[in-house]
Design a binder for this molecule. Structure first.
Ligand SMILES: [Zn+2]
Length: 292
């Protein structure tokens, strides 16, 4: 009877994701403007009328209201239900994949928080070309601490066999791997920025990207943050071309693409790392990876 219980968990995760997505909308709108994310209650940006709870049901209210404010009939942005739907779907998919892999609950919870952070950061980056320190810096501290508390975190997603052996104590080794991953992630993107500045004589990479890569490396470890570094530009090029053709815009934020790459690793990490290990075995061994 394993199936019905997992289906039940996924329905819960979808609903929970939709509700959190509604809160994420508030964060995306208010965090960059240094406004409180708890007060005041949500209101219509046009007429200022407070939004009643029955008009604030994730995804559904947008459809019921016909995308218009109940009081002034001003258009409600499609962004709101979109963020709610995206969060709901990503929570359910992440839950399904991680539960199918038999991941511990603690790992699932940490990764759902990570997915949430990526959604908020990506949309703020799209709007303002910045990744707020309010999320990235506490996130970086948290992943190191959590790695010490739950050393299994550093074995996700399928990276455990490739963890770098620093010390024999499992908790300390997980903390060490988190710190090494953080340094590698932040270092890679920082160096890219320095080289880009030399080559193009203008700022190529923001410091927000450095901290985001630090956060990703601290949680996912050295190998996955290197993979994110190489996969991110693939997403970036695809969207960059679309944006260039449709809007004539050259400047694109990089956070969303690093996030898409990280999501790819969360969902398909074990398959990807096996494939890469098969091709770069000596590099892994040189770095002290345990390996199969
Ligand atoms: Zn209104």
């Amino acid at each position: 009877m394993a199936l019905p219980s997992q289906a039940f968990v996924l329905v819960i995760l979808f609903s929970f994701g939709a509700i959190l997505g509604s809160f994420f909308n508030v964060c995306i709108y208010r965090l960059p403007e240094d406004k409180s994310i708890v007060r005041p209650r949500s209101q219509c940006p046009k007429c200022g009328h407070p939004i009643a709870w029955y008009d604030n049901i994730p995804i559904l209210s947008y459809i019921i209201l016909g995308a218009k404010c109940r009081h002034c009939r001003a258009e409600i942005s499609i962004r709101y239900p979109l963020v709610e739907m995206l969060t709901a779907v990503l929570f359910a998919v992440t839950g399904h994949v991680l539960l199918s892999r038999g991941e511990p609950t603690a790992v699932l919870i940490v990764y759902l928080a990570f997915v949430g952070a990526l959604i908020v950061l990506s949309f703020i980056d799209l709007d303002h070309m910045l990744l707020p320190d309010d999320i990235t810096i506490p996130g970086m501290v948290l992943v190191v601490v959590l790695s010490g508390v739950f050393p299994t975190l550093q074995e996700f997603p399928g990276g455990g066999r490739y963890a770098i052996a620093v010390v024999s104590n499992a908790r300390l080794n997980a903390v060490a791997n988190s710190l090494i991953g953080m340094a590698v992630g932040a270092g890679l993107i920082y160096l890219t920025g320095v080289l880009g500045k030399l080559a193009f004589r203008k700022e190529a990479m923001g410091f927000g990207d450095v901290k985001l890569m630090g956060l990703m490396g601290g949680l996912m470890g050295t190998w996955f943050v290197i993979l994110i570094y190489f996969v991110g530009p693939i997403f970036g090029v695809v969207f960059g071309v679309i944006v260039l053709l449709t809007k004539g815009e050259h400047h694109i934020p990089y956070g969303p693409f690093l996030s898409m790459a990280a999501m790819t690793m969360v969902l398909w990490g074990p398959q990807i790392i096996e494939w890469v290990y098969g091709r770069f075995r000596p590099v892994f061994q040189l770095m002290g990876a345990v390996g199969p």
